[in-house]
Design a protein around this ligand. Structure first.
Ligand code: HSE
Length: 306
């Protein structure tokens, strides 16, 4: 096999109380990528979208991740990538992670599956670092593993897959730009112990609740005392959107990754759609354009396109 096309899913990082460690994969949207072997030991990038992303491999997230793959595998050939991004860069639903993960999983499939999923996350981290200036893996891990994952440590990389009941996510993507690097720079360097206690209590409870399917506990645990209170000022109407979603039946939610997208979790697709309508109603008042995605949480990560 010299060529493969894959779907690389959007992901939600942080999941309110799990800053930089918890994440989950969405069924939609997915980037579409075709990766093919080429004889030359180089990386070529072809973009089939209007986002104006760089095509120089050392300035492109997929290019950097793929270069790391070629080096780690000691290959004597390179790859060409054709990328159609459906996940808008800067949306807060793991656009750069999808680019980095899609190419390393595809390259692995083309070269005999030599790397484990954990090793692929490690290689994709090079691409994520280019995009955000920081080596976090909370979007990468669910993008490759699917479902809910917890990154217990990045050095060395230690990823925990978390069982979960059927859940539906609603995402609102307001058409404003928030740079991950800016959203990280505004965070406090130190946090009061009482806030740390609150967050690790919620994170432990959330993981337990996901594993046992305790929806009431999932709802109570989706609370963040550290990051959301600071970052929510970047998202006009955040408190109103959240209140409207809870009224519409959502279990809870918050900022997706570093924003500007906001996500909510619901027990059924019907409630998730109703939550999307509630989000739209609030955002129509802000006069900021927005997109809504409703999707089940996806149990598989990057997968071959059929
Ligand atoms: N955990 C990261 C953050 C996700 O919130 O900054 C964004 O890449």
């Amino acid at each position: 096999m010299d060529e493969i096309s894959v779907l690389s899913p959007a992901t939600v990082a942080n999941v309110v109380c799990g800053f930089d460690c918890l994440g989950f994969a969405l069924g939609e949207p997915c980037d579409e990528m075709t990766v093919r072997k080429i004889a030359e030991r180089e990386i070529r990038i072809i973009n089939h979208d209007d986002f104006g992303l760089p095509t120089e491999p050392d300035r492109n997230v997929a290019g950097v991740a793929l270069s790391a793959f070629v080096d780690a595998a000691g290959l004597d050939h390179g790859f060409e990538v054709e990328s159609t991004k459906k996940i808008m860069p800067g949306s807060g639903i793991g656009s750069s992670a999808a680019s980095a993960c899609g190419v390393v999983v595809a390259a692995n499939m083309l070269t005999g599956d030599r790397f484990t999923n954990v090793e692929l996350v490690e290689l994709a981290m090079a691409g994520e670092a280019l995009a955000s200036g920081s080596r976090h893996a909370d979007n990468l891990a669910p993008c490759i593993f699917g479902g809910f994952t917890l990154v217990r440590s990045t050095e060395p990389l230690d990823i925990v897959e978390i069982d979960f009941p059927p859940l539906y996510a609603t995402i609102i993507h307001p058409q404003i730009e928030i740079k991950t690097s800016d959203a990280r720079a505004m965070l406090p360097k130190e946090v009061p112990l009482r806030n740390a206690i609150r967050n690790w209590s919620n994170l432990g409870a959330l993981v337990a609740a996901l594993s046992t399917g305790d929806f009431a506990l999932i709802a109570r645990s989706l609370e963040d005392a550290i990051v959301e209170p600071v970052r929510k000022s970047l998202i006009p109407g955040f408190d109103e959107v959240k209140a409207a979603c809870l009224d519409a039946g959502a279990l809870g939610g918050g900022i997706s990754g570093s924003g500007p997208s906001v996500f909510m979790l619901s027990r059924t697709n019907e409630v998730a759609k109703r939550v999307g309508e509630a989000m739209s109603r609030v955002f129509e008042q802000t006069k900021i354009g927005h997109k809504i995605h409703v999707s089940p949480i996806q149990r598989s990560g990057v997968r071959p396109a059929v």
